[in-house]
Design a protein around this ligand. Structure first.
Ligand code: NDP
Length: 329
């Protein structure tokens, strides 16, 4: 069994030296436990925060211990009632080839409905984040105009498409390359821009000349500042992530225009997907229907091999992914 440990805590941008590949024995299950051979594991931006030794909404990773996070795999040993060898389960012990866990901590998934990787992407945590953030937190209504940042990523690409499916008017996305901008247009975004091409404020104004009702923030900083300027009266922002500052060692310079929140009566609302489990059934129903009807597309960028998981995580922070970044274990 090979697993990835946190060797040291990154200062600023993480590097390969912060991780260590460690060989251990394949575990055997005790009463109520199962062993899962992981097939796919997720790398996610929030993991960067867990590499810092600070108090947050999830505890920090421990030095010299395996990292963890979303994974799907096949049960290869079971001492638990109701879970059989050969079942496919979703659980929280990624970053290793074999996971030992209480059967209660694993959720069975149906590999005949969708490829198992989808339970870490469109039908998984990032899909629910997009769905809940847009429809519940921001309360998007038909006809409204929407801006989403990191729009070619896992959450962002679904936000834009779900917005169109739920009747949004004008949908704008920003992303980090010309190829990603092309992809957004192919996914049905009305306008898209590369945020390297000029100040975000100018690009957003050109892409949404009439302003926006809803901003789905994945980036923070200059993107949030631009969105505040572009928002109409009573505009709402779902504050999902601020990836532009996860590796910063200094406080961010933007947004400088926060006072506009008052005059425009804006709502900026942070959220965590974990608080929106009540929407899961409705989310799965909607998303599986859209997938079946070919109305929703999801991209995945797959890196092979547990030994390359750190590189996949670093690539995610650098924007090397289209859609969900996953590791095939
Ligand atoms: P993505 O698939 O969107 O991958 C991250 C993307 O961020 C990269 O592909 C890169 O694309 C972009 N990026 C990186 N650095 C910058 C930067 N400085 N400025 C602008 N864009 C940047 O990841 P996820 O879909 O998993 O997550 C998206 C966001 O949602 C993150 O902020 C994450 O923390 C947040 N999140 C929040 C949750 C919650 O419960 N609140 C749950 C899940 C995710 P590019 O090439 O375009 O730069």
């Amino acid at each position: 069994n090979r697993e990835i440990h946190l060797a040291s805590r990154p200062q600023g941008w993480p590097t390969a030296d912060n991780f260590r590949l460690v060989e251990t024995e394949v575990p055997t299950p005790g009463p109520g436990q199962i062993v899962v051979r992981n097939q796919f594991m997720s790398v996610d931006p929030y993991m960067r925060g867990r590499m810092n030794d600070v108090k947050s909404y999830v505890p920090p990773f421990q030095l010299g211990a395996p990292l963890d996070g979303g994974a799907v795999g096949e049960v290869v040993a079971s001492e638990a009632d109701g879970v059989k060898v050969g079942d496919t389960v979703l659980h929280g012990l990624g970053w290793r080839e074999y996971a030992l866990l209480d059967a209660k901590a694993a959720r069975p998934v149906d590999p005949t409905i969708a490829p198992v990787s989808a339970y870490l992407s469109v039908l998984g945590m990032t899909g629910l984040t997009a769905y809940a953030g847009l429809l519940d937190v921001a309360g998007m209504k038909p006809g409204e105009s929407v801006f989403v940042s990191a729009a070619a990523g896992s959450v962002g690409s679904l936000v834009g498409q779900i917005a169109k499916l739920k009747g949004a008017g004008h949908v704008v996305g920003s992303a980090g390359s010309a190829a990603k901008v092309e992809r957004l247009k192919a996914l049905g975004f009305d306008a898209a821009f590369d945020y390297h091409d000029g100040p975000v404020r100018d690009s957003l104004k050109a892409a949404a000349p009439d302003g926006i009702d809803v901003y789905f923030d994945n980036v923070g900083g200059d993107h949030l500042e631009a969105a505040i300027s572009a928002m109409k009266l009573h505009g709402r922002a779902a504050i999902c992530g601020m990836i532009a500052q996860y590796n910063d060692t200094q406080p961010p310079a933007a947004p400088r225009n926060l006072a506009m929140v008052i005059g425009k009566r804006l709502t900026l609302r942070g959220f965590l997907v974990g608080d929106h489990g009540n929407l899961r059934e409705q989310f799965v129903r909607d998303v599986s229907g859209w997938l079946r009807d070919g109305k929703l597309t999801y991209d995945e960028t797959i890196v092979d091999g547990i030994e390359n998981a750190p590189e996949a995580f670093l690539g995610l922070l650098r924007g090397e992914n289209l859609g969900k970044m996953l590791v095939r274990v």
